[in-house]
Design a binder for this molecule. Structure first.
Ligand SMILES: [Mg+2]
Length: 229
């Protein structure tokens, strides 16, 4: 009887990535706000950063004041945003091996979907804020489908989704850059971080690898999968 489980019994991987400034090379939310937002949006963002507004309040104020229709915003995303290098290679590798890969974001679904559709990745699963539009294509409201259980005003909880995959017996690879990614990094198995998230992991003593594109992630997932035998 073997005491130590062999490589073949290691959990199968799942790859979960943040969107703004992580899967996407840009912060697409801010790209849209710069182009279409009410001039007051930076002031609203500063109040959110100072802790005066919740994420939900920030998104409601900033995006509800936007003077643009859904189709115009999506066209702008298609023209001005892109995925980081090797995103597609990672997706193809995961698809080919039946490893789940998805995007987890506190951002809005319609701009994430615009970039996915434009790059031929319409079938990448997305966990994000569900945006509701009126008949004229203007943002009308939002729905948070996986909120923090004790604090729904904080928006969606990325750790909640990471835990779901871990409960299904997956080894979770997580990539992120921001404050909201940190709690996901705390419960993920392998962490890739940059910017704010990297600083927070560093401070908390959570091991992580710095990344600027998905090349090292692909290498790590491939290596892990090979080790499973
Ligand atoms: Mg981000």
């Amino acid at each position: 009887m073997s005491v130590n489980p062999g490589p073949a019994s290691r959990p199968s991987p799942a790859v979960l990535t943040d969107f703004d400034d992580t899967a996407a090379a840009q912060n697409v939310a801010e790209l849209l706000l710069h182009r279409f937002g009410h001039p007051s949006w930076t002031e609203v963002r500063d109040r959110f950063r100072a802790g005066e507004l919740s994420l939900k309040q920030y998104q409601e104020i900033a995006f509800l004041r936007m003077d643009a229709r859904k189709d115009a915003m999506q066209a702008y995303v298609r023209e001005n945003a892109c995925f980081r290098p090797y995103f597609d290679d990672l997706w193809q590798f995961c698809q080919g091996n039946d490893f789940p890969m998805c995007i987890i974001s506190q951002g809005l679904d319609f701009y994430i979907q615009a970039l996915l559709d434009a790059s031929g990745h319409s079938d990448v699963p997305v966990y994000a804020v569900v945006t509701q539009f009126d008949d004229n294509g203007r943002v009308q409201g939002y729905r948070y489908d996986f909120p923090y259980p004790d604090a729904p005003e904080l928006g969606n909880s990325k750790a909640l989704i990471v835990r779901r995959f871990r409960e299904q017996g997956r080894h979770v690879f997580y990539m992120g850059d921001g404050r909201s990614d940190f709690e996901a990094g705390e419960v993920a198995d392998t962490v890739f971080a940059h910017r704010q998230m990297a600083a927070m992991c560093e401070e908390a003593g959570i091991p992580f690898t710095v990344f600027t594109d998905f090349g090292p992630v692909l290498d790590a997932v491939r290596e892990y999968a090979r080790g499973r035998g």
